[in-house]
Design a protein. Structure first.
Ligand code: PNW
Length: 459
């Protein structure tokens, strides 16, 4: 300390895994190369007005061609793992069910490059870029068929790549591609539909069912020791104060607010509150389907960004209510990105306590910041350093108290195509110059490197 070196605090468990995440459509580009066919995001981003400045992922950050450079960058930063997603329509370009070897080859090369650099590959099968042919043929997730073709694809990937992977995530964030893709709530995602509540509930059911069938297919076709889970943005529930009443209310809020997604996966039934509020529009399903949904998983990934405050509320029938963030509440550079670092403690704790989740990974956490290089080409994103540091301190508390948090993936390795916001929002710890596609580590990358090196949050 006397020398002015960073003081160490919050040491993490010795085997804690540090990484970064991306998703195929947001980084790959090469939208029509080597046999890839369009996904719903290719189609949607060509709809006038759907994306900021009518931008699209045709080129994105060109990760498809620059993956070697990107793996070298990860290595320089000291990353121990990389969570990427697979573009399904590269693997199965049409409804015929014949895999495209060139599509698979890209992921083989990526995974081999990562392993050669001693970086664990963690693969997400579905991060929203549904093949357009599933929409054209049977209406995407509106159909049960979508769950079946998803499971076929999952089994195929597990058989082909399973022995080189550290883990597989079936689906990333149900809410985002269903509640924002099948209903127009203002911020519209692909496929950009506006279906009735009954069809939305049915699509939600087909997606969790697809997850369950995929878990079974991966277990049947992949190596025995391949770990399988999913990545979900739970409502990031936080008790308004740390009292037994508010904590108990928060657990109940988690179960009910996740009533159509994580609750059936862990409990084998939809939350009664969800079914009651859906009424006649509730999903139709069989017991066998529900059993598949509840197939045991090895870990759960939590994407944690913004808090939902919960309080014990005896004036309501269910005993709890959510509390709005007041005016002036701090935010990062996204309309929904309110800052509440204790999500990193309460998310894992509530999930562990509520469902006895075996292992928990933070599969995304990070923030948008309006970054710009200075005259010396440095990006001094002090806002993101603050955001990450505060969140990691609370994550440390969860680990320290024995909740089973095993790893953390920052969102994101680099700036990328931020869905409806196009390239106008920057989430990377590395800056991307969209003229030259050059990557430059930001101050936050240097900060995060230090965290990994010391396995502790440095002050
Ligand atoms: C996640 N919300 O999306 C996704 O998994 C990423 O692909 C995305 O780039 C990242 O977070 C940042 O947006 C979210 O409204 C989208 O709370 C919306 C919300 C949360 C996460």
């Amino acid at each position: 300390a006397a020398s002015g070196a960073a003081r160490l605090f919050c040491p993490f468990p010795a085997d804690f895994l540090w990484g970064a995440a991306t998703a195929a459509y947001q980084v790959e580009g090469a939208w029509d190369e080597d046999g890839r066919t369009p996904s719903v995001w290719d189609t949607f981003s060509r709809r006038s007005g759907a994306i900021a400045f009518d931008q699209n992922g045709d080129v994105a950050t060109d990760h498809y061609h620059r993956y070697k450079e990107d793996v070298a960058l990860m290595k320089r930063l000291g990353l121990q793992s990389y969570r990427f997603s697979v573009s399904w329509s590269r693997i199965f370009p049409d409804a015929g069910g014949v895999p495209n070897p060139k599509g698979l080859d890209f992921y083989k090369r990526l995974v081999d490059e990562l392993r050669a650099a001693d970086i664990q590959p963690w693969m997400t099968l579905f991060h929203w870029d549904l093949p357009q042919w599933t929409e054209d043929r049977f209406g995407g997730w509106e159909s049960r068929d979508c769950a079946r073709v998803f499971a076929d694809y999952a089994g195929y990937m597990a058989a082909q790549l399973g022995d080189r992977l550290s883990g597989v995530f079936t689906i990333n964030e149900f809410m985002c591609f269903l509640d924002k893709g099948y209903v127009d709530t203002g911020e519209l995602f692909a496929p950009g539909k506006n279906v009735c509540p009954r069809l939305l509930n049915q699509a939600r059911h087909h997606a969790v069912y697809g997850h369950g069938l995929a878990v079974q297919a991966i277990r049947a076709s992949g190596p025995q020791d391949l770990k399988v889970g999913l990545a979900e943005n739970i409502p990031n529930i936080v008790p308004i104060l740390e009292t037994p009443e508010h904590i108990a209310a928060t657990r109940e809020a988690l179960r009910e607010l996740s009533g159509m997604y994580l609750t059936p996966i862990f409990e084998g039934r939809y939350h009664p509150g969800y079914l009651e509020s859906a009424g006649a529009d509730a999903p139709v399903f069989t017991d066998d389907e529900m059993a598949a949904i509840a197939s045991p998983i090895d870990f759960v990934g939590l994407n944690l960004y913004a808090p939902t405050y919960v309080r014990h509320d005896p004036s309501t029938a269910r005993g709890w209510s959510t509390v709005e963030n007041g005016p002036g509440y701090p935010k990062m550079d996204m309309p929904w990105l309110a800052v509440g670092p204790s999500i990193m403690y309460w998310g894992p704790r509530m999930v562990a306590e509520t469902w006895n989740a075996p292992e928990i990974y933070i599969t995304e956490n990070g923030c948008a910041n309006p970054d710009r290089p200075n005259a010396s080409n440095e990006i001094q994103d002090v806002g993101r350093v603050m955001y990450l540091q505060e969140h990691l301190i609370h994550l440390h508390r969860a680990a320290d108290e024995g909740y089973p948090v095993k790893g953390y993936f920052v969102w994101s390795l680099m700036d990328n195509f931020e869905w409806a916001f196009g390239y106008t929002k920057r989430f990377g710890i590395c800056y991307v110059n969209y003229e030259t596609l050059e990557r430059t580590p930001k101050l936050s990358a240097e900060f995060y490197s230090g965290v990994i090196r010391r396995n502790a949050v440095g002050g």
